[in-house]
Design a protein around this ligand. Structure first.
Ligand code: ATP
Ligand code: MG
Length: 396
């Protein structure tokens, strides 16, 4: 037995000139993520159709629901363009829905093949009557039905009811590659997820300060990287030893500038890595004013250490909203584990809020951290969490 998935692509459909390139990316992503699962994938205007063996259908649905560029996915029945076969399939859909306790339904039909002898309205009436004849306890409710049976008349007829939501957005890689500054906190994993859904492929970088930060803090970041890999389709994590830099900063700095100096050093290291891996941008979990170090003035100084755009998808988002997303993408429970981040260990009580740009830029240069930063990047470890690993660790 086989399962057919009808896939509704997201924003790709709005692209005019380069729709083909976006569709190619999406197919590439689906193919990569289904490695090891036998499947066939067909593309038609506005729809993809994926067939897998029934035993693989649950895992496949999970994969598709986490693949950016997909708006929705439904298990569908494919029939000939024959009204009797279509009605039988509609009845079949109703049977499945009744088992979940549904009482009311409606039918929506779309006929892109105008040579089909019944128009959309007639298809709805005929199929609706068939369903009611088979299941007289059901009733039609066009405004607020428990379920909708959708019928699409295209190259074939496709009939389906429940549609599971996908992450929407654009296929990963369609916007090039970025480097995500991933700490163990709540914000940066959410930022990574959001940019992956905008089509950015990601590698992550974590700055750690062993022995001031524990191996558990690093393991937590690794778990987060593996979690985000569910959306990105795999994740490289650079683990950069930053202890020497932190110590240099903590010895020489004015107390209130420590966090800022550290951010600037991180940005400089991220910039080096970004050039190595051909990334076009740097992503952080900063949100304006969320903590004292995240003022516009501070961000101006940190981003002065790179010429790449610094993407901050959370910049205008309230903490509670960020937490809601973190819960939804299941990073929250990992992020709130108690292990300290390096910034927390060394952070001053009152970080500077409105630094003078020229003065602080000069101060950073006077710390002469370039060699230490270069060598930290040289000594970094690059781990890969492939998609299969992410699947194994994130599905029950
Ligand atoms: P998060 O919840 O992501 O840790 P935060 O609210 O704690 O964010 P900060 O500690 O000010 O904010 O960090 C701001 C951003 O800098 C983080 O979102 C992250 O992108 C980056 N960052 C901070 N610490 C590290 C680190 N140790 N390794 C990598 N990136 C970091
Ligand atoms: Mg943090």
């Amino acid at each position: 037995m086989h399962t057919l998935f009808l896939i509704k692509p997201g924003e790709i459909e709005l692209k005019l000139g380069n729709k083909r390139e976006f569709a190619r990316r999406l197919k590439e992503q689906i193919t990569k993520r289904l490695k090891g699962i036998p499947f066939t994938l067909e593309e038609y205007p506005g729809r993809f159709f994926l067939t897998v063996e029934e035993k693989d259908s649950e895992l496949t649905l999970f994969v598709l629901q986490h693949c950016p560029g997909i708006n929705g996915v439904a298990k569908a029945i494919k029939t000939k363009k024959d009204i009797d076969e279509i009605c039988l399939a509609a009845v079949e859909c109703a049977k499945t829905e009744i088992l979940t306790g549904a009482h009311t339904f409606k039918i929506e039909a779309r006929r892109s093949d105008k040579s089909f002898p019944f128009d959309s309205y007639r298809i709805c009436v005929i199929a609706g009557n068939s369903v009611l004849a088979e299941y007289p306890t059901l009733s039609v409710d066009v405004h607020n039905p428990d379920f909708i049976i959708r019928i699409e008349i295209r190259e074939r007829a496709y009939i389906y009811s429940s549609t599971a939501a996908g992450p929407r957005g654009l296929p990963v890689g369609s916007q090039g590659k970025g480097i995500l500054l991933l700490s163990g906190g709540i914000d940066s994993p959410v930022a990574g997820y959001m940019m992956a859904c905008r089509g950015l492929a990601l590698e992550s970088v974590y700055f750690h300060s062993y022995p001031y930060t524990s191996p558990e803090a690093q393991q937590k970041v690794e778990r987060l990287a593996a979690r985000i890999a569910i959306w990105t389709g795999g994740m490289h994590l650079w683990i950069v030893p930053f202890t020497d830099i932190q110590l240099a900063i903590s010895k020489t700095s004015y107390e209130e500038t420590k966090t800022l100096m550290l951010r600037m050093a991180m940005m400089q290291a991220a910039d080096i890595i970004a050039h190595r891996i051909n990334a076009n941008s740097i992503v952080t979990g900063e949100s304006l004013g969320q903590v004292a170090s995240q003022t516009a003035e501070n961000m101006r100084l940190s981003q002065s250490k790179t010429s790449l755009p610094v993407l901050r998808p959370l910049i205008g988002i309230d903490k509670e909203e960020i937490i809601a997303i973190a819960r939804q993408i299941e990073t929250y429970e990992i992020s709130i584990l108690p292990y300290e981040d390096c910034c927390v260990v060394f952070s001053p009580k009152h970080p500077i809020l409105k630094p003078d740009y020229e003065e602080l830029k000069g101060y950073f240069e006077s710390l002469a951290l370039n060699n230490l930063i270069e060598s930290a990047v040289m000594k970094s470890e690059r781990k890969y969490f492939d998609f299969a690993y992410a699947l194994k660790t994130n599905t029950k």
